[in-house]
Write a protein that binds this ligand. Structure first.
Ligand code: C5P
Length: 326
């Protein structure tokens, strides 16, 4: 879809130092705990969430350019959760990340940017946030802006609620609208199977549905938030059973209300041996927790065989946040 680094301009072609290629990647996330408070005056909801970065990565490649150009390639072209639905204009979060960093650093916003997607779009996995985080790291290196990690995190928060976590990775408690992070030292590795639906879900639509269900008294009003501590304790030291018992997501009810097919997907996952299954973030991805790596591989095969997901991925977490590659 775009010029490859070997296409004559990059370091692979033996070009000079002024003609560089920089590659960064950033992970998908699941919310092992997602408690949503009431709607704030600014249109966001107060959150308490436990983010876990998992081993599914998007890659962003940048090189010198004239202005910003953006291309997108990768899995699922054409599907509404695939690369085919990702915009390649200024509305792409990566483009906004480039403008923001250039403005912050006082440099011209010149770069040819290629996003290579493995994380499905509109899936509740923070794929767009991962792309923005990887772009900030890659462009900081390309432009030699030497932004501090704290600067990048501040810019990330202006781009979206999940972007700071895509930079940080690992495990973190998110508060505010999700952008205020407290890192959690987590030793326990957990194994998950992600079941990705054919049709995406819009995050604002899922939050709006939560507000609607709350106004009708169909779900608790969010005045009292569930504690993230049991999930944090389980991610610190296991066992899987403790994590399975503690998983919680206030956006699951509205996601199921908008997409009743997800109920069956959750049941299929637990019937196929998942320790627990929940909607990831605002959905529609189902995150199924497995007891160990072998169980995750078996669970992934079983879920793929059901034919209800567009794609199925076995992943583990925690993994690091946005990093340069090579
Ligand atoms: O921050 P981000 O751009 O990811 O948010 C997308 C939308 O999701 C917001 O415009 C808002 O409708 C909803 N949202 C929210 N409360 C949050 C995060 C997101 O209502 N804490």
């Amino acid at each position: 879809m775009t010029a490859s680094p070997a296409g004559g301009r990059g370091r692979f072609a033996g070009a000079g130092p002024e003609d560089r290629v920089v590659v960064a990647r950033a992970p998908a996330k699941v919310n092992a705990h997602l408690a949503v408070g009431p709607l704030r005056p600014d249109g966001f909801h107060e959150l308490q969430t436990v983010y876990l970065a998992v081993s599914l990565f998007d890659t962003v490649t940048v090189q010198d350019g004239d202005g910003i150009t953006l291309t997108v390639s990768g899995e699922g072209g054409g599907a509404t959760t695939g690369a085919g639905r990702v915009p390649t204009d200024r509305t792409n979060l990566v483009w906004r990340a480039a403008d923001l960093l250039a403005e912050h650093a006082g440099v011209p916003a010149d770069a040819a940017i290629e996003i290579s997607k493995s994380i499905p779009a509109a899936a509740g996995l923070a794929g767009g946030s991962a792309d923005a985080a990887a772009a900030l790291v890659a462009l900081d290196a390309l432009w030699g802006t030497h932004a501090s990690r704290a600067d990048l995190i501040e810019l990330a928060a202006q781009l979206g609620s999940d972007v700071p976590f895509s930079l940080l990775g690992g495990v973190a408690l998110g508060t505010g609208r999700g952008e205020q992070l407290t890192p959690v030292l987590a030793r326990a590795r957990s194994h998950w199977v992600l079941g990705i639906a054919r049709e995406g879900l819009s995050t604002p639509a899922v939050y709006a549905e939560l507000d609607r269900l709350r106004a009708g008294g169909q779900v608790p009003d969010g005045a009292v938030l569930g504690s993230p501590e049991p999930v944090i304790a389980a991610l610190r030291s296991g066992p899987t059973g403790a994590l399975a018992a503690a998983l919680a997501n206030d956006l699951q009810a509205p996601a199921l209300s908008l997409r009743s097919d997800l109920r069956r997907a959750l049941r299929v996952a637990t019937d196929a041996g998942a320790a627990a299954a929940l909607v990831s973030g605002s959905g529609p991805t189902i995150a199924a927790l497995a007891n160990d790596e072998g169980a995750a591989v078996r669970l992934a095969a079983a879920l793929a065989g059901e034919g209800i997901f567009r794609t199925v991925r076995a992943v583990h977490g925690p993994v690091p946040g946005a990093r340069l590659v090579g």
